[in-house]
Every structure is written in C-alpha cells, then in structure tokens.
Design a binder for this molecule. Structure first.
Ligand SMILES: [Zn+2]
Length: 440
C-alpha cells in the first residue's frame, strides 16, 4: 500500500503545476464525496476506506489546520517594520549574527534557535570538541548560506584568541588566530549635537562601538529622544597593533540626559548591569496569551512547500485558539505597527528596546495604536482568523537583530540581577569604572 502511495506521489510531483493543481482539486472533490456518502460503500470494501485515510493525510499537508496555507508567501514583507538611523547601527554587519554565551547555553541550543540544523551542529562539534566547552561571556558570530545552512562560525575564545570554522564541502575547517596587540583603556566623551550616532562618531567611536553603547543602554533610554546638550562618557578597552585599533570592548557608559544620569557597566558574563548590579532588561513572557494553547504549526525556516518543492519559511509559531482570545504584549515596548495587512490580516508589531521585535497576526480586533507604549502583559488585540488563515489561530514571531528566531526556544531577555560572588566582583568593578566616566 505504501509503495502505491509513493508511486502516486512521485507521478504527481512530476506533473506540470497546472495539472497538479487540477489533480489536487479533483482529489479534494473525490474525498469530499467519499466522506459525505459513506453509506455508498459496503463493509467488505475496506481497502477503499483505507486509501481514503491516506489521502486525507496528504491533504492535511497541503492545507495545514489553524495555520497559514503553505502555498502562500510569507504573510508580511520583512521590511514592514519602520527603521530608523539606529537600526543600521544595531544590526551590525549585514548577514552576521552575534550571540553572547550565557548560563545554560550549548552550541546546539544557541544555533538551533536560529533555525540551524542539528546535523550541522553535530558535525561541527564532533570535529572540534573544544566547542563543547563554551564559556559564559564568550561571543559567537556566524553567517549562513542562501539555503540557511551554517557557512562560517567565529568563536571569540578570549581577547587573545579567535577561532573560525569555515564550511568546506562536508566538513568545517578550523583557523586559529592569536591577537598580538596591546589592550589599552580609553575614555571618550562628547555632547549631543544632532543624532547620537553622529555625536558619538564625532567623539571618536567607531560603528561597532556605537552599536555596543546603544545595546548597553537600550532598556533605559530611547536614543531618539536625546536632546542637544545631553552628555556621554564611554570607557572602551581597545586593542592596538601597529598603531591601529584592531578590536575593542565596551566596559562602561554614562549618559546624562535632561539632568539625569544613566549607567551601564559590563560584567564578566558579557552583559550590562546598573551600578547596583541589577538587570536592566525587564523579562519577557514566553507565550503571548494568559494560558498556553496548542501549537498547530512550529517555527521552521526551511519548511518546504510540498507542491512546488520551494522553501516557504514559517517564521513564527501558530497557536490554535478560539476567536476573541486576548493577545498580550510579551514584553515592555512600543507599538510600531497596528493595521490591516493583506495576508497577515489584522497585525500588530511591537519593538522592545533596540534588539527585539515581536509580531502578532490574523487578529480579530486591534486594541492598540502605532506609537503607543505597552507594558509586558498588556492586552494588545483579540485573536482571530483574518488574512490568509486556515482556521482560528495566532501567528506569533520573535525577531532579534532583524532575524526571526524560534519563540519557543530563544533565549529571552531576563530581569535578574547578579547574585553572590558575581555581584561582589561586579561591584568592585563598578568602583573602578564609574569614577573614570567623567563628563566634559
Ligand atoms: Zn503561522
């Protein structure tokens, strides 16, 4: 029986597209007749009933339940979120994804949340066993091939050592690089005159350094609201070699805006905290609803359209839920989109700090407006079945640094501060760093 189905599938896939569409429609009609008139068949005709079951499976693949039709393109264009000058700085180099290792991370948990296949991770880790011992605070960055496979991974083992893994055929080739420069600290100060980006650049910070400052202060300050005359001081550790600056690390920043001081100081875990060692981000909720609903379709950046064979990524998670279920903002932020948009139906996008964006689609009713500030847990909409949708559901996306990640497994911003020895080490560091952050 399986063999017959396979043969039919093969024959089906070899047909030109209009024929397949026609054949598909015929199958639907045939099945509908079979389902509506079960009494036509006698009990001894069991084989016919069985073949209907299998076809029903195939139909489910073509038309997922409480999701989007797979033959549809991505519900919304990626450039839908309005960008500002800061975005380009935060995004960093195009196509390069960056990640700072934190508690509980493994190479697999980090890369798979970005949709990289476990087979790539296993290949990499089996050839390069050191990668199994990632340490908190180390930075990983990587690029992907057009198909979404891992192309290159860079691991900053320490300030002195960087290892790079390049895909060569079916293996990854490792290159080790040792830095020879001298690390020196320098304080850069400036005043707002025009945008923060241009002011920081005038004060001598390069693009990557400006990017680091914006990220460090993203939960405390809206950089677009800074005013002329606001002051800043930045402590950078820079590696210099042959009189040139090779790379740098932000150690601390102070911003005085409208008479108030904001600080962010780097801890050994690579994250930034305030002067008391408290976390700066408010945590995110994992689910955008009060209770957890059944997942009708998972995050899958390489989902294949069974008919065309082309990649039709599913950039979010679908939760099947009754129309009218309250949809909640997963974190504090600002509504950047709230509108009706073709395939996405009624749609809300929220920006959280500079790195995170969340999107909520197929809504029945919008409860927020663009520009509105929201808090974690605020009701932003009622769920629905609008746009291209095959049943009542919520399509939910989480983006970090302009890339869709798996909302069920992605590391979310956490609000916890430092504890115990980590905290006392940090406070000692604060005592050294803060006095250096003198404003002009
Ligand atoms: Zn979806």
């Amino acid at each position: 029986m399986q063999k017959i189905v396979r043969t039919i599938t093969l024959a089906y896939n070899n047909l030109p597209r209009p024929h397949r569409v026609m054949l598909g429609s015929l199958t639907v009609v045939t099945l509908a007749v079979a389902v509506w008139r079960p009494s036509v068949y006698h009990p001894e005709h069991n084989p016919i009933v069985k073949s209907v079951e299998l076809e029903a499976n195939q139909l489910r693949v073509l038309q997922p339940e409480a999701s989007e039709p797979i033959d549809a393109d991505q519900p919304t264009p990626d450039d839908d979120i309005p960008e500002d000058e800061l975005d380009q700085k935060v995004a960093g180099e195009e196509g390069v994804h960056e990640y700072v290792v934190s508690t509980g991370d493994t190479l697999g948990s980090i890369l798979t949340q970005y949709g990289i296949e476990m087979s790539d991770v296993s290949l990499l880790a089996s050839q390069n066993r050191d990668l199994r011992n990632l340490k908190i605070g180390q930075q990983l960055s990587w690029t992907l091939t057009e198909d979404g496979d891992l192309k290159r991974l860079t691991w900053e083992v320490s300030r002195r050592e960087t290892r790079t893994y390049d895909r060569v055929g079916n293996t990854f080739k490792e290159t080790k690089e040792t830095q020879k420069g001298e690390w020196r600290n320098s304080v850069l100060t400036g005043q707002l005159n025009g945008s923060f980006v241009s002011s920081a650049s005038a004060a001598g910070l390069n693009r990557a350094e400006i990017n680091a400052v914006i990220k460090a202060l993203q939960w405390q300050l809206d950089f677009r609201k800074l005013r002329k005359g606001d002051q800043f001081a930045v402590l950078m550790s820079r590696e210099e070699f042959d009189g040139k600056s090779e790379q740098s690390q932000l150690l601390g920043v102070r911003m005085r805006s409208s008479g108030k001081d904001y600080f962010a100081i780097r801890a050994d875990d690579g994250k930034f905290y305030d002067r008391q060692g408290s976390g700066l981000a408010r945590g995110f909720m994992r689910f955008p609803t009060m209770k957890q609903f059944r997942i009708s379709s998972n995050f899958n950046p390489r989902r294949v359209n069974p008919v065309t064979g082309r990649i039709a990524p599913h950039k979010g998670v679908d939760f099947a839920m009754p129309v009218g279920t309250p949809v909640l903002a997963v974190g504090d932020g600002e509504v950047v989109i709230a509108k009706r948009s073709g395939a996405a139906g009624n749609y809300v996008a929220i920006r959280h700090g500079r790195q995170y964006t969340t999107r909520y689609m197929h809504l029945k009713k919008l409860l927020v407006k663009p520009g509105q500030k929201v808090k974690r847990g605020d009701r932003i909409a009622l769920s629905g079945n609008t746009g291209r949708s095959t049943g009542p559901h919520l399509h939910y996306e989480l983006w970090t640094n302009q890339q869709a990640v798996n909302p069920l497994t992605a590391k979310l911003p956490r609000s916890e501060g430092l504890m115990g020895k980590d905290r006392s080490d940090y406070l000692a560091q604060v005592k050294e760093v803060v006095p250096q952050l003198q404003l002009d």
